[in-house]
Ligand binder design. Sequence first.
Ligand SMILES: *Cc1c(COP(=O)(O)O)cnc(C)c1O
Length: 286
Amino acid sequence: MDIHLFESKTLQLPSPIQELSHSLFKEANVRVFIKRDDLIHPIISGNKWRKLREYICLAKEFPQLPLVSFGGAYSNHLYALAFIGHEFKLPTVGIIRGNELNKSSNPFLEQMFNWGMELHFITREDYKEKISPIIRDSILIPEGGYSEIGISGIQNLVNEIENCNPSHIITAVGTGTTAFGIHKYLQKPVIGVLTLNNLAEIKHHEDALNSSGITWKTEYIMGKYAKETPILDEFCQSFEEQHQIKIEPIYTGRMFYGLYDMIEKRAFPNGSTILAIHTGGIKLPH
Ligand SMILES: *Cc1c(COP(=O)(O)O)cnc(C)c1O
């Protein structure tokens, strides 16, 4: 499958930008727009397409080398990679945290296996060190797609938002790839809402990339990655009722919760135009 053909046939690109309305935004005299990367594709959700695209180009040049990457049992990143392998007929390998698991442990793993991904389940200790018995000649994609190649894929996202001319961009942060990419290609203030306790790692990346100027918000981690709280669940539900847009609590829920809180606290100057990136994350078993 040709990548351009795939993009025009299977993906919704460019993804739409919509304005959100809320009395709070009026009171604070800000406008809020949402970049609907969640609509790009139901499986290659949101920023996962952006981060993996350049790897597909690379893999097409070396079709005998498998695309290898890492993730947890519910990783959106590996799920997207497995689907891409299936669609582009490229070999993929998923190295999964937890040697107690197997391909039938959840419907996502099962689906990934059925799409042809080779699955390896390793201990948490080995996972930390990214030690795997099967890393052979391959195209290695770091966990979550964090790399120069992953960041370069965000340029396409930036090209699609320039016309909107926002004064601020806000996005959820896992590895930070999306936030770093936006900051690199669009010279505008970027706010990254952390979703896990990895500020030290993000700062390390920041130094390595010689990137500075992103505002990292750690106030909305809510304990730890994916920890559920009724506040967040209610927020996501009322957000959906108000805007008819689904968000999930792990990434985009925390980001929008943070955005509302910041607007309430008047963290944005009068007249700001804020663009929030809907990075996707709504995935259902296929
Ligand atoms: C993976 C993911 C992220 C994290 O993106 P990074 O580029 O790693 O910071 C954010 N939102 C959603 C919905 C995701 O699935």
